[in-house]
Design a protein around this ligand. Structure first.
Ligand SMILES: [Zn+2]
Length: 342
């Protein structure tokens, strides 16, 4: 009898110890997981929750992101912004709790994501290149796809309005080069917006801001652009007003000059712009010394539309009518270049 009691109590003890060990080990696993969460970046969290959801829900996430929206949230309440110059996509879910993303984690995967940051209803996604964002809402979920410009457009071009923001470029008689360049680019944008070809156009700026030289130069490569055109206005080296006037176009003289080269693109721009504007043709000039030309992977031409140091040309460059003509010349150059196979 005593022996039996002993056996039962030792069995009881074993069961209790085992149970305690299981509870303890579980507890430490949870603790480890929580500790891991604190160290994990938002990008690692995405991978972690996605794997967990795939195991639990028996689904497979492909190249797409999925976010559960708050109940009754309409598609147009989600704000998605795509700053393609910075390759930064921002998704805003207005009015959610601070910890919304911990209870409704972002799921999915994408090889295009370089970095991810989530905070209080805002998701910031840094992409490795320029992508078009396609979003859809179905069954309470927001689905986000990143498409390359080439998946969306037949041809891709980049337009750069020189200078901007705190970098005015040349200043003559209180007229700033950055404003002339932007005015021409905005006229060009109107023409390109109406173009019935399926062209994706990426602008380094469409307002008075100053993207870095690197952001400007990189945009050609990041969008895998077929061609790149930068718009500037010229000044003589000493900056003094003079008789010297006319249009010239810069290209990278250190690059391959056969076929669809920067040089040939520059030649097309020169012919089309001077042909339409009547500005003096000053020819092509070497541009390897210019950062955005030297560091551009796309065939690139930098158009110096005219001299701000020539009074007559300065007057023209500031007139909306002439800006429109220059823009039309650049537009014609783009169409001709694409026709030629760029
Ligand atoms: Zn300039």
């Amino acid at each position: 009898m005593e022996e039996k009691i002993l056996k039962i109590s030792s069995l009881f003890l074993t069961v209790m110890i085992t149970a305690a060990l299981v509870v303890l080990s579980r507890f430490s696993v949870v603790n480890r997981k929580e500790a891991k969460h604190e160290q994990m970046s938002d990008l690692q969290m995405l991978a972690y929750y996605t794997k967990q959801a795939e195991e639990e829900e028996d689904i497979t996430f492909r190249q797409q992101l999925r976010l559960e929206l708050p109940p009754d949230m309409a598609e147009d309440e989600v704000i998605i912004q795509n700053d393609y110059v910075k390759q930064l996509v921002t998704i805003q879910i207005p009015g959610v709790e601070k910890d919304y993303f911990s209870s409704h984690p972002l799921l999915g995967r994408s090889d295009s994501i370089d970095d991810l940051y989530m905070e209080k209803g805002v998701i910031e996604i840094t992409l490795d290149a320029v992508y078009e964002v396609k979003s859809t809402v179905a069954d309470g979920y927001l689905y986000v796809d990143f498409l390359t410009p080439q998946q969306v457009y037949d041809k891709v071009i980049v337009i750069d309005a020189g200078h901007g923001g705190g970098a005015p470029g040349a200043i003559k008689q209180e007229i700033m080069e950055k404003d002339i360049n932007l005015a021409i680019v905005l006229e060009l944008k109107e023409l390109l917006d109406q173009c019935d070809r399926n062209i994706g156009v990426y602008y380094t700026r469409t307002e008075d801001i100053n993207p870095t030289f690197d952001q400007r130069a990189q945009l050609g490569a990041k969008a895998k652009a077929n061609l790149y055109i930068s718009v500037h206005s010229n000044s003589t080296t000493d900056g003094q007003m003079s008789e010297y006037n006319g249009t010239e176009v810069m290209y990278d003289e250190m690059k391959e000059e056969e076929g669809l080269s920067s040089k040939h693109l520059a030649q097309i721009c020169l012919e089309e712009v001077t042909g339409l504007s009547g500005s003096k043709n000053n020819g092509l000039t070497y541009g390897n010394g210019i950062y955005i030309i030297r560091n551009n992977e796309a065939p690139a031409a930098l158009i110096e539309t005219g001299f701000m140091t020539n009074q007559a040309e300065l007057n023209k460059l500031t007139s909306p009518g002439y800006q429109k003509i220059i823009a039309q010349g650049i537009y014609n150059a783009i169409m001709r270049a694409l026709d030629e196979g760029y």
